[in-house]
Unconditional design. Structure first.
Ligand SMILES: [Zn+2]
Length: 695
């Protein structure tokens, strides 16, 4: 430094002449200003590089450790502390509803109703002087709930104008049978309780439910799953629509008998959850006393990670969705825990609050035309949090958007924010917001809009959800989407939501009843699984066999005809499944007609493989006589000798003019020619063998 100064002085003294004055001044100015110039560039450079939402989203996904399900291993789930349990709901097959004599299983179209009833929810203090969180949330939504009632399937009980009739004994016995199959300890007396149901899906605000058994166990092929309990309960209404402040339900399903099987959180990876769920569903179906079809079985899946919270994914309609849903949920919680650490490092939750400005009319974009009130909201220290990865294709801002829809009734799209991957606002509009809100470097902001009356709830909802981010994972129920992600549904109901039903007397269960029901139990699912395995039936057909409860039918056919189990298992689990999907089957398909079919083939000394040709016609016309089916498919009897006599002719035809014969091609070509004639008249594998001998 000193050397430089010395050189500079020498330079100055030597060249300080008139001509060189300007040069020297230029040099002086450069040495003086250049550092400022660089400093200035530095600032500009920092601003330009300041923040990229896309980069932040990608980076936060990486930091969360997210991997697609295909790449995840047990080690991945162990590191996250994956824990999951199930609540499996299954409708029982009864003629009547659970607490009244209305028919069960009669459904109406949305517009088919005789009366409408409108209700509003209002929270009241509990006996302990507290408000339930769900009740408060539902009250905030200011929903007007309409129930559409059809005389055919609802009476005054469903709308709480008549006390309950005695519990449906048929439903009770079905449920007890399933409880025993689950190896639960059956209660001595059935106590009917009321479970608070505040989302409006039950007009009374509660569901009548009774625990039938506790502490059971299911033996899956590779692990045991413990059961907490099994209850019998009434089903809720079906939602027709939920737009803004109006929600409409129909009451056809309301009050239908249902069982709920609750497991401990014993599943340690997503596949295991699906396996356990299938097992419970198959067990229920093995009794033949439950309803099947869309909506007859629904699952709530509870998931948590290490340090997370039990989050309930409600009403999963397909078990095949479970692995992706649970995988994404456990990572969502993991991401929320990372956000928690980021926020707590930046600031303290106690001092944190939003600030907002009314900017109605300020932004002139098509989305906000007729938007009502438009508010800009500043979220201090939320930069990088808004675009933080949460689930595939979702970021933290989506958590806010989900709550705004449900709690403040702001329909989607309901949010513009500072970290959108595809910004909806131009530079000018963004600057207008920045001038209004004056956000700091680490702040984020949102724009929301809607009816003026909804704004206080909307602002409160934003502040509440952002504050929750300092604590990690909020307790909530979430709705499943077909892409394997979830959205906010409700605040998780409090623990104190059960109280005795003063309208019902306890029902004693005597030992004789239990013994009688226990005498007719189907064999255990694990036994059926092992039987199929020992018979060599391929494992990929089990799901169809169990889900349609075809195991008893399979046993009956084997018993009556001596057809190999592998053949019948594959016929029912693969060929029948294909035919049902491709030949216009109507549900419910009368599977039991297949046992007389095989009996008839045996009686007429026709080979059982003929059933494969008959299947498309039987599936399309299940009431058609089997003789007519045979005529329809053009079946003709041919002696085995006559069929085999074709082989030499076909062989010479195939070989004509060829040098070098592909034996496999030749075999397939000839089998293709003879298959139709042979089917039913002789065993195709015998034909194949005879052909091979002659080749
Ligand atoms: Zn009724």
């Amino acid at each position: 430094m000193e050397i430089a100064t010395l050189n500079e002085k020498i330079y100055c003294s030597v060249f300080l002449t008139k001509k060189s004055f300007w040069l020297t001044l230029l040099y002086r100015m450069t040495t003086f200003f250049v550092p400022f110039l660089f400093l200035n560039l530095g600032i500009q450079k920092r601003t330009c590089m300041s923040f990229s939402s896309q980069k932040n989203f990608n980076e936060s996904r990486k930091q969360t450790g997210y991997v697609p399900r295909k790449e995840a291993t047990q080690k991945t789930y162990d590191q996250l502390g994956f824990m999951s349990g199930l609540e499996v709901h299954q409708q029982l097959l009864t003629n009547e509803k659970l607490f009244c004599h209305c028919p069960a299983g009669i459904y109406n179209d949305d517009d088919d109703f005789n009366a409408e009833i409108v209700r509003h929810m209002r929270p009241t203090l509990s006996e302990l002087g507290e408000y339930d969180g769900t009740a408060l949330m539902e009250f905030k939504t200011r929903k007007e709930i309409t129930y559409r009632i059809n005389n055919e399937n609802a009476c005054t009980y469903e709308i709480d104008d008549t006390p309950p009739f005695p519990l449906n004994r048929e439903a009770l016995e079905h449920a007890l049978e399933i409880s025993m199959l689950c190896k639960l300890n059956i209660v001595g007396e059935v106590h009917i309780t009321r479970k608070q149901y505040l989302d409006g899906s039950i007009p009374t605000g509660f569901q009548r439910t009774a625990i039938l058994g506790i502490e059971g166990e299911l033996e899956l092929p590779h692990k045991k799953i413990r059961l907490i309990q099994l209850s019998i309960e009434e089903d809720a209404c079906r939602e027709i629509s939920d737009i803004g402040h109006k929600r409409i339900y129909k009451t056809d399903r309301l009050g239908m008998p249902l069982i709920e099987t609750v497991t401990y959180p014993d599943c340690v990876n997503p596949e295991e959850v699906r396996e356990a769920c299938n097992y419970i569903r198959f067990l229920n179906r093995s009794t033949g006393k439950v309803r099947t079809g869309i909506g007859a079985g629904r699952e709530d899946v509870n998931v948590s990670c290490k340090g997370g919270t039990r989050v309930e994914i409600k009403g999963v309609a397909h078990t095949k969705w479970i692995p992706e849903l649970t995988h994404n949920e456990v990572f969502r919680q993991w991401a929320l825990l990372r956000i928690k650490r980021i926020l707590n490092k930046r600031t303290s939750a106690t001092a944190w609050k939003i600030s907002y400005q009314d900017i109605s009319g300020l932004l002139r974009i098509p989305l906000l035309k007729n938007a009502g009130k438009v508010m800009a909201v500043k979220l201090p220290d939320f930069q990088g949090v808004l675009s933080h990865f949460i689930q595939p294709g979702r970021m933290f801002a989506d958590e806010l958007s989900g709550r705004l829809k449900v709690i403040a009734c702001l329909e989607h799209p309901n949010l513009i924010h500072s970290e959108e991957l595809k910004p909806q606002l131009g530079k000018e509009d963004r600057e207008k917001i920045i001038r209004k809100l004056q956000p700091g470097e680490k702040d984020g902001w949102l724009v929301i809009w809607g009816a003026e009356a909804d704004m206080p709830t909307a602002l409160e909802t934003i502040e509440e959800r952002c504050r929750m981010a300092f604590d990690g994972v909020p307790k909530e129920t979430r709705k499943s989407l077909p892409d394997g992600t979830t959205v906010f549904e409700r605040v998780l109901p409090g623990a104190n939501r059960m109280y005795p039903d003063t309208d019902s007397i306890p029902i004693p269960l005597d030992d004789q009843d239990i013994e009688r029901i226990g005498q007719h139990l189907p064999e255990e699912m694990i036994a059926r699984y092992n039987t199929l395995k020992n018979q060599g039936v391929p494992e990929d057909v089990y799901t169809f066999l169990f889900s349609k409860n075809l195991f008893p039918l399979m046993e009956k056919i084997i018993h009556e005809t001596d057809i190999p189990p592998v053949y019948i298992g594959t016929f029912l689990g693969e060929k029948l499944k294909f035919a049902l999907h491709h030949y216009g089957a109507r549900w419910p398909f009368p599977f039991k007609i297949l046992s007389p079919l095989f009996a008839l083939l045996k009686e007429n000394q026709l080979h059982h493989q003929l059933a494969e040709s008959m299947l498309p016609t039987i599936v399309a016309y299940p009431k058609m006589e089997f003789d007519s089916v045979l005529t329809a498919i053009g079946f003709k009897r041919h002696p085995e000798k006559e069929i085999l006599a074709h082989i030499p002719i076909l062989l010479s035809k195939f070989r004509e003019g060829k040098i070098g014969i592909d034996k496999v091609k030749e075999h397939n070509w000839i089998m293709g020619h003879l298959r139709k004639t042979a089917l039913g008249n002789m065993d195709l594998s015998v034909l194949s063998e005879k052909l091979r001998q002659l080749q």
